[in-house]
Design a protein around this ligand. Structure first.
Ligand code: 4FV
Length: 252
């Protein structure tokens, strides 16, 4: 997977891209992330990327020309033509489709990506209308820039690449893997603040442990995210035991 990022703060990415799973995936060449300074596509000696909003109002807006030059430049196209197989362009913005596990899997299947990180009040609307394929939001709150959303997306995407999670020192089971929240986790010491570890986890009986984890994942989902259990695709993926237990829970 190849991800290219356009930002006016490229320095925000370096520490993240050399750390942990993403760092190891890049080292191993199974993930490629290119970070580009948008100012490299400006043409004025002040390398300016923003201007006052038409219609007035506070704040500044990012001007379109540097973005058009940058996105097309990184897509290997000069003006307007739409070469097949060009990278998929994503603008991180609060107006975007909400990022969730399904969206991460979908984007992981798109091959090369270009991520546009806005700043100020936002980017001139004509950038979205001309060189953006999709807007993605990480949540209904306003940040000062698209860089953190881009980092969230890169991290989530990296875990979809075969071989990346295996790079972790433990086989990590992802929440939402089957649409449910994860089961509780325990490790040493055996007693914490008088709270012991559930016996079954000390039993060595892997079938019983699997059953316990499945039921705890169901219980946690019903308690903390009942909306997830409204999704037919989640119900469809329940094990027989989980389905029976859910029935029981919903009857009582
Ligand atoms: C955002 C979000 C976000 C809006 C104006 C950057 C900021 C500023 N991006 N999910 N929530 N972006 O708040 O993706 O330019």
């Amino acid at each position: 997977m190849r991800v290219q990022v356009l930002t006016i703060f490229p320095e925000l990415f370096a520490p993240f891209l050399r750390t942990s799973l993403v760092g190891r995936a890049i080292e191993k060449g199974i993930l490629e992330v290119g970070v580009h300074d948008l100012r490299d596509w400006t043409e004025d000696r002040h390398r300016s990327v923003d201007d006052e909003p038409y219609g007035g109002g506070g704040g500044m807006v990012m001007t379109a020309p540097p973005w058009l030059r940058a996105v097309r430049g990184l897509s290997g196209e000069t003006s307007g033509e739409n070469p097949e197989g060009r990278p998929w362009r994503i603008l991180l913005s609060p107006q975007g489709a909400r990022l969730d596990d399904a969206k991460v899997r979908e984007l992981a299947g798109r091959g090369d990506l270009i991520l546009l990180c806005g700043r100020y009040e936002g980017i001139d609307e004509r950038v979205r209308a001309t060189v953006v394929d999709e807007e993605v939001s990480i949540g209904d709150y306003v940040l000062s820039g698209g860089e953190l959303p881009a980092l969230v997306l890169i991290e989530a995407l990296s875990r979809q690449i075969p071989g990346v999670v295996q790079l972790a020192d433990s086989v990590e089971q992802d929440s939402f893997r089957n649409g449910l929240l994860d089961h509780p986790h325990y490790t040493r010491p055996p007693v914490v603040e008088g709270l012991a570890v559930p016996e079954v986890l000390l039993s060595g009986n892997h079938a019983a442990i699997r059953r316990w984890r499945d039921l705890e994942a169901l219980r946690a989902t019903r308690e903390k995210r009942p909306d997830l259990l409204e999704r037919p695709e989640v119900r469809a993926r329940l094990t027989k035991e989980q389905a029976r237990a859910l029935d029981e829970m919903e009857r009582t």
